[in-house]
Design a protein around this ligand. Structure first.
Ligand code: S3P
Length: 198
């Protein structure tokens, strides 16, 4: 079933959308391309975290632990929303892989009126993408990766829209635009929302 944002109490012309999804789901790559096509600003939450801490994410985990990382992440998410509402600049925000799975985050974004797109790929594909990348402290081995994915899946399913991100990033963007999830550019964008499992 397709619903409009308005029918769910969200703005039909959002100033911001968030991309959620597990590590390796393509949030940064797809978000960059999507923002370019929409002529929106692109912000990567992981980059904001690193800038604010003056440290790479792996170092934040190493020196201060995950709870401190989550605190910085939550602060930077709030700061990103604050900037968008102050500057009125339409923005695609790529969340970190764990952001949307933190307690209260889906409710926080819903209350703020920010639509969330879940980039969904099979765990095998996520695994193969992450195998070749470094700098992800929560990617330790295959079994813990699968367990974390399973644990977070119910959170991602709370997103407003599910997008299959197993294909080429340009095709994922085309899918988002072609399915009418977001149509038109700039502040004229209009978002149509489906329940992920419908
Ligand atoms: C994390 C994912 C990472 C980054 C940090 C924690 C997670 O983001 O925020 O390493 O908890 O899954 P990406 O999904 O962009 O790699």
């Amino acid at each position: 079933m397709t619903e409009t944002l308005s029918s769910r109490g969200l703005s039909a012309r959002p100033q911001m959308i968030c991309l959620a999804g597990f590590m390796g789901s393509g949030k940064t790559t797809v978000g960059t391309l999507l923002a370019r096509q929409l002529a929106w600003r692109f912000v990567d939450l992981d980059d904001r975290i690193e800038e604010s801490a003056g440290l790479a994410i792996a170092q934040i985990f190493e020196r201060f632990g995950e709870p401190a990382f989550r605190q910085i992440e939550a602060n930077q998410l709030r700061a990103a929303l604050g900037r968008v509402s102050a500057q009125k600049e339409a923005t695609v925000l790529a969340l970190g892989g764990g952001t949307y799975a933190q307690p209260g985050c889906p409710e926080f974004l819903r209350t703020a009126g920010v639509p969330v797109l879940w980039l969904d790929s099979p765990v095998e594909l996520l695994l193969s993408r992450c195998m070749t990348m470094t700098g992800r402290p929560l990617f330790r081995d295959e079994s813990s990766f699968r367990a974390l994915y399973a644990q977070r899946l119910p959170s991602y399913q709370l997103a407003d829209f599910r997008v299959d991100s197993s294909g080429d990033p340009a095709q994922v963007v085309a899918q988002i635009l072609g399915r009418g999830i977001l149509s038109a550019g700039g502040n004229e964008a209009h978002l149509v929302v489906e329940k992920p499992n419908s």
